[in-house]
Structure formats: structure tokens, C-alpha cells
Design a binder for this molecule. Structure first.
Ligand SMILES: Nc1nc2c(ncn2[C@@H]2O[C@H](COP(=O)(O)OP(=O)(O)OP(=O)(O)O)[C@@H](O)[C@H]2O)c(=O)[nH]1
Ligand SMILES: [Mg+2]
Length: 309
């Protein structure tokens, strides 16, 4: 499991370089808690893409704790800041694992804008299920591009997972329906429904997403049990508006933040949790099948504001 922690650490190294290194340097430079220090922390959080609203909230909370706990020394700020971040990241988190539940199969729909990492992330999740000794089935409900189901086919073959697909241009709802049926027939534990990328502003395509969701429910009552919205961490604050608009079309139950590796904008996780109240469940930290980590609020907060050695 050593590599697991290493993966998380390496995965958001660039965000850490901006946020945690920045905060540490600021605290060292200014032993006293004063307005200049608050200003500096504010600038660092904004640079890490925490966003104005959440940065504001963090600083207000920080000032309140400094007052309440009568903190004077800047070295005492790290603990307070870490605790506030952890609180933010824990908001709205239901207990349990998005990939397991009493249903059989559990139906997990994966949605998001074009190219954010849906298909890759879905394959990583399917591998997770397999590693737990359970059986996944994948439904290729992205029927827009011929290449989309080919891409899934490569993954499915590589992982040895049953894939339900249809011709290019087929009704994506029908593929989702067949996928759920196949999952039931095969006694699968989890059915993953991959969907085509769409812009949150394309009303017709967003309505189609609502339809795919509804069709899953026709194939199995209560399905889909999980709707994971994949967001691309490299776009920073734009992720917020994507999440808002997707949530208007389908009930998003969790967020998978892909491409956290290689971006300094990982602070957006705080904004997503604070402003949307949707839990971030997973983070994608690379292109390979095992480049996926559970999003752990405590570890992430510790990564942003390290504990004193
Ligand atoms: N570095 C990195 N690259 C990723 C990650 N997740 C996905 N990618 C890459 O992002 C690109 C797009 O990934 P896809 O999984 O095809 O994205 P998609 O959302 O399914 O795309 P569409 O179906 O076209 O909307 C691919 O080159 C992936 O390898 C990640 O966590 N880190
Ligand atoms: Mg795709």
C-alpha cells in the first residue's frame, strides 16, 4: 500500500508546490499573525484555484478561530487551516463506497464534458471492482463516435470485462438499458454506463442525459444508484459551473476529479466541496488503469497544509 500514498502525493504535487509550499514559506516569513499574512494566504489560495468564494470562507473561518482560540503565533495557523479544509472536504459525504451497495447489480453512470477522462476513469473503476473479486459489466452508451466504443472495447478486452455496445448512432438509452439487463443476467456486481461527452450548455444533449438516467430506472428500479461526474482538474474554477449545470440534468452523487496529476489547480477540490456540496470521491492521477485514488479529505488537507514534522 506504500505506493497508494505515494500516488496521492505525486498526483497532486504541482498543487502542493503552489499551495502548501507557499503557505509554509509565508508562515515562516511572518511569525506574527497580521493583516499582511492574511493577505498573503489569500493570494496563495487564489493561485491554487481555491476560488474567491471558498477562499473568502476559509479566511473568515480562520480569523474566527484565531480569535476564538486566541492564537498569536503564525505557526499555530497551520493546524487551524488544515482543520477548516478537512471540514470543507468532508461536507456532504455519505458513508460507504460508491461502487458497493445492497443492489445487484449496482448501476453507476459516468457523465461529463468532452475529453475530461470519463472512459478512462470508468475503466479504472471497473478494474477496482475486479480487484475486489467482483464482476463489472460495461455499457458503451457513447454511441456518437465510432471511436468511443472502440476505445472501451480495448479497455474491456484488456481487463477481461463484458462489454455491451451497439452500432454507431444507436440510441444511448437503449444501450444503457441493455447494459443493465446484461448485468442482471450475468449476476454482475456493478454495471458501468459510459456516456458521450457533452457541453453543459447543449440543452438537447443534456436532456438526452436525463433520458439515459430514466431508462436505467426502467431497466432496474432505483438505478442508476450512483451518478459520477468526471471533472478535469486542469480547468480549475470552470469545473464549478460544469458541475452546477450537470446537476440540473441528472442527480450527481459524486465527483471524480481526473487529471489531478500535472496541474497546480487542485485547490478547486475545496471550491467543489464548499460551493456544491457534492462529495469528491476519486481522483485520477495518470493515464494507466491503476492511476486512480480514493479521495481522502484528511490526506488531501494534510497535503495542502502539512503537519509540522
Ligand atoms: N494525466 C492524466 N490523463 C488522463 C487522466 N484521465 C484521463 N486522462 C487522459 O485524458 C484523455 C481523454 O480521456 P477519455 O477517458 O477518453 O475522456 P472522455 O471524457 O471519455 O472523452 P469523450 O468520451 O471524448 O468525451 C486521454 O488521453 C486519457 O488518457 C488522468 O487522471 N490523468
Ligand atoms: Mg469517452
Amino acid at each position: 500500500m506504500k505506493s497508494f500514498f505515494k500516488k496521492i502525493k505525486d498526483g497532486f504535487k504541482r498543487t502542493q508546490e503552489v499551495v502548501s509550499d507557499g503557505i509554509q514559506a509565508a508562515l515562516q516569513r511572518s511569525p506574527k499573525i497580521d493583516e499582511d499574512l492574511y493577505d498573503e494566504i489569500e493570494a496563495i489560495l487564489l493561485r491554487g484555484d481555491v476560488g474567491p468564494a471558498t477562499t473568502d470562507y476559509l479566511l473568515t473561518e480562520l480569523r474566527a478561530r484565531v480569535k476564538r482560540d486566541k492564537l498569536e503565533d503564525s505557526s499555530e495557523l497551520s493546524d487551524a487551516m488544515r482543520a477548516i479544509m478537512e471540514d470543507i472536504l468532508t461536507q456532504g459525504r455519505a458513508a460507504g463506497d460508491p461502487l458497493s451497495g445492497p443492489e445487484s447489480p449496482r448501476v453507476v453512470m459516468v457523465v461529463g464534458v468532452n475529453g475530461v477522462g470519463k472512459t478512462t476513469s470508468l475503466a479504472k473503476l471497473a478494474r477496482r471492482v475486479q480487484e475486489d473479486g467482483r464482476t463489472p459489466v460495461i455499457a458503451a452508451a457513447d454511441t456518437y463516435r465510432a471511436a468511443a466504443s472502440e476505445q472501451l472495447e480495448i479497455w474491456a478486452n484488456r481487463l477481461g470485462v463484458h462489454l455491451v455496445k451497439s452500432q454507431h448512432g444507436a440510441d444511448p438509452g437503449a444501450v444503457a438499458f441493455d447494459g443493465v439487463q446484461a448485468g442482471k443476467a450475468r449476476n454482475a456486481n456493478v454495471v458501468f454506463v459510459d456516456t458521450a461527452g457533452r457541453l453543459q450548455t447543449q440543452a438537447g444533449l443534456m436532456a438526452e442525459l436525463t433520458k439515459i438516467h430514466r431508462v436505467c430506472g426502467k431497466a432496474m428500479e432505483g438505478a442508476p444508484h450512483e451518478v459520477l461526474l468526471v471533472l478535469d482538474a486542469t480547468i480549475g474554477q470552470n469545473a464549478i459551473s460544469q458541475a452546477r449545470l450537470f446537476s440540473e440534468s441528472v442527480p450527481v452523487t459524486g465527483i471524480l476529479l481526473a487529471k489531478l496529476d500535472g496541474t497546480s489547480k487542485g485547490g478547486v477540490v475545496l471550491a467543489i466541496s464548499h460551493e456544491l456540496g457534492i462529495p469528491v470521491r476519486y481522483a485520477g492521477v495518470g493515464e494507466k488503469a491503476d492511476d486512480l485514488v480514493d479521495f481522502d479529505p484528511k490526506l488531501f488537507a494534510e497535503g495542502l497544509v502539512p503537519k509540522a514534522e
